[in-house]
Design a protein around this ligand. Structure first.
Ligand code: HEM
Length: 434
């Protein structure tokens, strides 16, 4: 420890609970500018505002910091056991067999048709509520990626689970033991999904046809760990089925809004998308690699509007952050939103400049900090899949349409920051490109 100082804070009128509730992004941006790398939102609630402290906290998660408890309750095991670190490592390794970049590249043909359908079925000439359409397309992609031929069996239960979870993240954060109606609804939907998935697992095991999808990877024994218990598979897939659509939906909203607001950028994406084959079933990883400008745009939008704009951690042991001591129990909020908008990392940070992600040879690079998927031991497992689906949805939409915000005084969306950064109620209109 170098000092007993506490991080600086804005005045109470600028950053008290009321100001925070009214304009979280504004308070975070002002505090990062005025207070520097680490600031204090409330007693024992610190915010890591710039690249260095954000990356430190995320990298040290699991040994100096812990994540907050998840939404879903773990499935009860017949022997009463609880998952330990070995089982968690086994589950992670099994999921990553299906989610690492090479595995995703090999399954682009399973993602591209739903991405193309999302664009082809867009009702033209009228204002469309974008997020529910995106959510439905992404849920289809996710279900197919996880369960391939069993997708239809699990789709309805998966959709209700996602709906129940959305209710939880928008409800007031009461202690976990309070049985609110939203929590009871979530518990019921979790049980229904688990039962349907158990049926699929039993059938695959009894026929020996484990499948080549993500579930199939989890059913295969690993040489290091052996077989993963069914309860662990069910818990993993309960989280994954929601993760495949929830955050990507918000990202699609921000990307399509950006296309509507920057027609010149949309034009470049559209031009590039002509390289995609007309039949989406034949799209491969090589086609995706060619969409460099579109990939750069996706990264640039995630830089400006990271859906997980604030990641919560709690210190588990005495440590130090940005020169300030951190006591165990202190909540540290990691803020990719302000880190991404630091001019030291990304010059002219408020401006949309997809080209900043491309080097002189036109290859993708990482010009500065990029944390929309977090980093370290709890980083997003679905990064490659998410980038692939967002790139394809963006390209397929831009090649068919000009998007625009509805004319008139009513805003096209409202920005929500509680839970995640979301363009709530986003409405856009598509007109076919000639
Ligand atoms: C635009 C899309 C996405 C974004 C921005 C995103 C972002 C994130 C972030 C920031 C975290 C870490 C949360 C934290 O540290 O508290 C995370 C965790 C996770 N994400 Fe994603 N995600 C996306 C899509 C996906 C997809 C498509 C999947 C599944 C295929 C997925 C699966 C997961 C899982 C399993 C974790 C938990 C990892 C762990 O706790 O060890 N995500 N995601």
């Amino acid at each position: 420890m170098t000092s007993k100082r506490q991080p600086p804070q804005l005045s109470r009128s600028e950053a008290g609970p009321r100001a925070w509730r009214r304009d979280r992004l504004g308070v975070a941006a002002r505090a990062a500018q005025e207070c520097g790398d680490v600031w204090q939102l409330a007693p024992r609630v610190y915010v890591a505002a710039t690249a260095g402290p954000c990356e430190t906290v995320l990298q040290r998660t699991t040994y100096e910091y812990e994540t907050t408890p998840g939404t879903f309750l773990p499935t009860k095991r017949p022997d009463g056991s609880v998952p330990g670190p070995t089982e968690r490592a086994h589950g992670h390794a099994a999921r990553m067999r299906a989610l690492r970049p090479k595995a995703v590249a090999a399954r682009i043909g399973d993602i591209a048709p739903d991405a193309a359908r999302f664009a082809a079925d867009w009702p033209v000439g009228r204002d469309v509520d974008v997020l529910p359409r995106a959510q439905s397309a992404l849920a289809d992609i996710g279900c197919r990626y996880l369960f391939s031929t069993d997708a239809e069996t699990l789709q309805a239960a998966g959709a209700r689970l996602a709906e129940a979870r959305e209710g939880i993240i928008h409800s007031w954060p009461l202690p976990p033991w309070v049985p609110t109606p939203t929590r009871r609804f979530l518990a019921r939907q979790q049980a229904v999904f688990a039962e349907a998935l158990q049926g699929v697992i039993d059938r695959r095991r009894s026929t020996g046809r484990l499948g080549e999808d993500l579930l199939g990877q989890m059913l295969r024994p690993s040489s290091q760990y052996g077989l993963l218990p069914d309860a662990a598979i069910i818990d993993s897939l309960t989280g994954l089925i929601v993760a495949t659509a929830e955050t990507p939906t918000r990202a699609v909203g921000w990307i399509l809004l950006t296309l509507a607001r920057h027609p010149e950028v949309a034009g470049r994406v559209a031009a590039e998308a002509h390289a995609l084959p007309a039949d989406p079933h034949t799209v491969t990883g090589a086609h995706l690699d060619q969409l460099r400008y579109t990939q750069a745009l996706v990264r640039e939008v995630l830089r400006l509007y990271p859906p997980n704009w604030l990641l919560a951690r709690r210190a588990t042991r005495p440590t130090e952050l940005g020169g300030y001591p951190v006591e165990p129990g202190t909540m540290v909020l990691v803020c990719p939103y302000t880190a991404h908008r630091d001019p030291v990392q990304h010059p002219d940070p408020g401006r949309l400049r997809p080209d900043r992600w491309l080097d002189a040879a036109g290859s993708l690079g990482t010009p500065g900090v990029f944390l929309p998927f977090s980093t370290g031991p709890r980083a997003c497992e679905g990064t490659s899949m998410a980038l692939a689906e967002l790139t394809l949805i963006t390209a397929e939409t831009a090649r068919r349409y000009h998007l625009s915000e509805p004319p008139g005084p009513v805003p096209s969306h409202r920005i929500a920051t509680f839970g995640a950064l979301t363009p709530v109620g986003l409405r856009l209109r598509a007109t076919p490109r000639s």
